[in-house]
Design a protein around this ligand. Sequence first.
Ligand code: ADP
Ligand code: XUL
Length: 532
Amino acid sequence: MASVSGSYLGFDFSTQQVKVVAIDEDLQVIYQNSIQFDTDLPMYRTQGGVHIHNDNLTVTAPVLMWVQALDILLEKMKTSGFDFASVKALSGSGQQHGSVYWKKGAREILQSTSCNKSLHDLLKNCFSVTDSPVWMDSSTSLECKHLEQSVGGALNLAYITGSRAYERFTGNQIAKIFKMKTEEYNQTERISLVSSFAASLFLGDYAAVDYSDGSGMNLLDIHKREWSKQCLEVCAPELEEKLGTPVSSMSVLGSVSSHLVRHYGFSLACKVIAFTGDNPGSLAGMRLKEGDIAVSLGTSDTVFLWIQNPNPTVEGHIFCNPVDIKDYMALICYKNGSITRERIRNECAAGSWEEFSSALKSTPIGNNGNLGIFCDVMEITPSGMLGVHRFNEDSIKVPHFSKPIEIRALIEGQFLARRLHAEKLGYKIIHGTRILATGGASSNKDILQVLADVFNAPVFTIDTTNSSCLGCAYRAKHGILSEMGVTFAEAVKMAPEPTQVVTPTPGAEQVYRPLLARYAQLEEKVFLESKQ
Ligand code: ADP
Ligand code: XUL
């Protein structure tokens, strides 16, 4: 590979894979690669990168699998001749909310520079909890109830931390570990998020949690940008020491470890910029502007917005903004994203996305009034909804649809839900609204057409589906420039503009506006039934 004068790396430790993107000084992508957990590391026996436990609520991933995936990814880069010496800074992201428990003594091993071992070998005894709880876990309802009650209710907790208590949020996960694995908790000297854990691997030391990913823990006071002592105390003892002090998402944490310098030829001067959550990373990658709405179609589906004046409610989340220290972002997460689309593809389209697309093209906008709510796993928005619910044009429950109708019902139902809950949070589609789509399914134009039709707005994508990786490569460059007072927008103004891929079909709004109202009623009904 030809060497460049300066480059920046962005990594993403997501649910199903570890990915990397490299950009040059002009922000052009010069390298991309990834390691898939299920197929490249089959010995960990994950499905979709995780282990779903027998209770169907507990979901974990082996922490050493993430370490080994990084070893393999860096080796692959080396083999392909990637010029590590040109990297001026790197950053990254991780699936949000997951937690990593470093055993007493691990810091010393992490800092050790004298051995030739892989990171995986070096760190194999460093974790007191070897299976990390991840964002798909919904086993902490009791802990959530307790936290909300202790701070004066769900809304109060949302005022402090940006969200009411959610099962996957890290504080509640830590509370459960403390209760169920007290010995392991007491053996823990540091708790990282997946993002700050990944940053630690590059830094060769414990990396701080950043404000933006830290906002997904139910522990950070998002206004003061410091841990809420009240929340820490409710979750577990000595938590402040175990978490370390949170930092701004654009902080320079230090230089890369001498381990990486020796193994791969990184420059001693290469800086590690704080890692953040994958959704905040995507916000940076999409270079979101006021009025835009970003829809990420990954393992989970998320919808996010840039906001200046947060108004936390009991639905959705407010996070500190990853690229502007004074602002915020709103996020809504749906667990039934690609997971559910893949199941329906396998059952109704013989496992082929092409056949799936043909079904979308052969069925009419509005699906002749047939509507579906598909929750293979317990949904986050609205919380607790489960199962498959099909309704005909008279809103009568029916047991099945034909295969093409099932496929359209799934996609329309998913996007109606995305619009409904964004509007509930106060979002308004205005003239000039752009939908910025990202994530694996954003490569599918026929799925994006339904998105454009349901929202009545054009859909744009960026060249890579790895918007979080790209965003973190941008953040790496900005991290260095921000020390000289350069804003993120200035640092990335040369980046390629998103391209418009689809526009709404004429007449779609007339079909979807009434359908949205019907969907809202049906979802409310299903939601209330699920609470009984
Ligand atoms: P992650 O959340 O792990 O970062 P990605 O954003 O990479 O995930 O998305 C992975 C998902 O993208 C896969 O699970 C797959 O279902 C989906 N996907 C990939 N290609 C297509 C396609 N052509 N059409 C629809 N979905 C796709
Ligand atoms: C966001 C969320 C997921 C994960 C995995 O709150 O739980 O989007 O970040 O991508």
